[in-house]
Design a protein around this ligand. Structure first.
Ligand code: SAM
Length: 229
């Protein structure tokens, strides 16, 4: 079986570190899914704009070929192991991912692309399929999940005024609200579960073409710098 990508993700997330651990946790995030030949035709997306949300089936390409039968989900503090099929780990057989995202815009010129909000996808992610999200069938309010029952708690985020000012000046083709994006992404506390003991550690992540540096103060996350890459 050979599957060819039908599209590629251009994302505000330049690297895996800092990407929210599930979709829709940072609605201010923006990505574009550029459709590739033979799907790069307006016909392929006709009617898609009538859906508020879409499913994206993709390849965890930065984990390609890597998997193990048991993994340590960050949601369990990185201590407890679960069977890979009981988790949403990228390190899984076939490395196939599934995310629901908000469809912001369908563009057919100069290229065919879908602008989406809330993606948990790193830049360059190959897309295998797109489907409309169908609320009556896909949203199951009574569904239960023991390992990730509710959205993670949010961490307070402090952005110094001069960095806030710098972020407000940012402008891109997707209308990204960078101050809001920084707040939503850092509120997820991206620190790895195994690295939460060193209070002085400064972390860096690639966001919207910047290197965003921040640290955990003990009470929350403080932005340290925002430097263009
Ligand atoms: N919602 C998806 C799912 O269940 O299939 C993703 C869950 S997975 C825990 C989300 C994480 O995958 C992100 O936080 C990021 O670190 C990682 N990730 C995103 N895009 C990736 C890619 N193309 N290759 C490898 N890892 C990726």
């Amino acid at each position: 079986m050979v599957i060819e990508p039908i599209g590629r993700v251009h994302s505000c997330f330049g690297e895996k570190f800092g990407v929210p651990r599930q979709p829709m946790l940072a609605d201010a995030s923006r990505a574009s899914i550029e459709l590739l030949s033979p799907l790069n035709v307006a016909d392929a997306v006709a009617g898609l704009e009538e859906n508020s949300h879409i499913w994206v089936v993709f390849l965890f390409h930065q984990a390609a070929g890597q998997w193990s039968a048991k993994v340590r989900p960050p949601r369990l503090g990185g201590n407890k192991k679960l069977g890979v099929l009981a988790t949403r780990s990228p390190f899984r057989p076939n490395n196939i991912g599934l995310s629901v995202v908000r469809l912001v815009e369908v563009r057919t010129s100069p290229k065919v692309e879908l602008v989406v909000a809330g993606a948990d996808l790193v830049d360059g992610t190959p897309v295998l399929d797109i489907k409309p999200y169908v609320p009556y069938a896909d949203a199951l309010p009574s569904a239960e999940s023991a390992f990730a029952g509710a959205a993670p708690e949010l961490t307070p985020v402090f952005i110094p005024e001069e960095i806030l000012h710098q972020a407000r000046e940012f402008c891109d083709d997707w209308g990204t609200d960078l101050p809001r994006l920084i707040e939503q992404v850092l509120a997820q506390d991206p620190r790895p579960a195994y690295q939460r003991t060193d209070p002085k550690r400064v972390y860096g992540m690639k966001l919207c073409g910047f290197n965003l540096c921040w640290r955990y103060t003990g009470k929350g996350i403080e932005v340290v710098s925002l430097v263009a890459l």
